[in-house]
Design a protein around this ligand. Sequence first.
Ligand code: MOS
Length: 728
Amino acid sequence: MTAHLKMDKPDHRHRLDHMAQGVIGQPLDRPEGPLKVTGTATYAHEWQVAGMCHGVLARASGIGPVIRSDAEVVLAMPGVLAVITDERLLRNPAQGTADAAPVQGTDIAAYVGQPVALVVAETFEQARHGAQRLGLIIDVDDMAVTDPETAVLETPKGKQHSQGNLAAAMANAAHSVDVTYRTPAHSSAAMEPHAAIAMWDGDMLTLRGSYQMLKYNRNELADSLGVSPENVRILSPYVGGGFGAKLGIAPEAVAAAIAAQKLGRPVAVALTRQQVFETTMRRSETRQRVRLSLDEGGQLTGIGHDAWVSNLPDESFSEPVTQATRFLYAGDNREIGHHIARVHRTCAGSVRAPGEAVGVTVLENAMDELAHVAGIDPVELRKRNIPDRDPETGKPFSSRRFAEALDRGAERFGWSERRAPGTRREGEWLIGIGMASAARVNALMESKARVTLNPDGRAVVETDMTDIGTGTYAILTQIAAEMLGLPVNQVSTSLGDTDFPSAAGSGGSWGAASSGTSVFLACENLRSQLAQRLDCAEADMTLKDGQAVFDNRVQSLSDILDGDSLTAEGHIEPGATSEAVRQATFGAYFAEVAVSAVTGETRVRRMLGVFSAGRILNAKTARSQFLGGMTFGVGMALTEELVHDPRDGHIVNHDLAEYHLAVNADVPQIEVEFLEERDDWASPLQAKGVGELGICGAAAAITNAIFNATNVRVRDYPATLDKIIAHL
Ligand code: MOS
């Protein structure tokens, strides 16, 4: 039985509010949590496979045509089984959700660190030795462009937008700002390094890997190898973080599959941390010019946001910096620009909230600058400029408690205590508070799941959806338990296997609403099947604690099933509601910082986020997403920066010692509050995405607080101490 829904109409039924079990929204622990904390959840590289050998990628040390040598020498080394230089090897990971096939080839190195060969040996150490020994001669192209500042810019037509006359609005403004900010490249730095184990059985490939979007990954892997997707199975039951870096099939998977086929043995390829930094996706550096014009009444008359980003030649992706600028604030005169510098650096791709993470951040810095020059409170400036409708398209917003988030945050944080910039001091510490808005687009994607009710009354959920630390196991279990009236321990959820119905995958914050809806639809169908057996209308039947109640009858599910199992597949497709309204999530961040007047060092003292993001499916896992997003914000504000050597573009700080993530000591008590919401247009769950909203502007609350503390405006992220102390 298939329950199919195309989301063409808003769903006003709010069915999850009317179920009896009462587990939706509860802070359920992750069902797989005990496996993870006891080290028994098996991650990609941890499978013990009989007869397995190991591959290590050999990578280019320069940019240009590759002239290989030494393969014979390496082949003669102890344990070495093969040196693979197949043209099907990937230049860099696939982008994950685009239709574009990944770029392949090993004869020209497009960036330093590009994989160009795989050395396979009996042990990892032997393979590593071979990969290090493999003399790769590169005819280095001295003219390769590795600095986006000097690169030729592409200005794709479809990515520009103009309405009204911004220049005139700026000229006539009572107050205006015209500021340029820079954000550096970032790394996803997921905890689990990328790894894959490939094995063939005849012409059937099984790949254990660590990926976010299995439906797409299967096609990308098949396409890269030149085989049919039906011949490829991918398993990713546990993923140790992705943040975009595992959206697309990556070089280790294709290399392992080619080697395993050639050798007739299982082959494992795991990336070192340095390789993760150099050969998986980075977030592009950006240069952003923001122009804002304000009238006497504090109303925005114009918004300009011009963004420069970079990527390798032939890549379809470019960081969509201005995505939320297009709808966050009012203003009749609008200019959006988007420019791509083609550079020979590690591929740029999605890193948590591509676009808004850096775009809303800089817009929110510019809004803070405008509030300052206009002498208007920053919270008030934002509230005055919340548009009634999408300012570009005139479409209504689906649901939006943005103004309430600003008010609630201000009240809870003690915003009224804020003083003029540079006027609060405790010993050597300059104290300030700052705020920023949060905004992120919301999407529903096609997704399928199967739910089976077994004769004993237990339910099983199966989908190739992934859980990248987000809480998918928990929320899909909760949705099935709520809809079928089962205690959560009577539901088991299996994920991450392409043999299961194909899901939306974990990306773009759409995973929970999309895959959750497929489970919801399957369960609605099962409810109908149960009602039929009871000879009643589905809506008249109450399911709770494994029992069905109808009229005065109470019957256990196992009695109703009478030895049978019932199964249903749910299938959601996006429809007209994606276009009819502007769907997005909103919020507000508040931060307090202390900046040392002696060293310029910034310590974040406290941070609050208040968010409006549809129905919250699990209060604990959703909160964790926001804690994580805001922690990314601390890193972005203060320390995170991929440094490229200007001579050849290579990443200098390719490890966790030199790429400075925020660690426990850097992160204060973070508080998160949800403004509950039902978004009828987003999905039948009335839920929206929460995975990325917490990073979409968070860094600006911190840098705006630095300005309030010090009177110093850092427009070149991150706000390291040297950039502050110079102006104190
Ligand atoms: Mo996300 S950056 O779409 O994993």
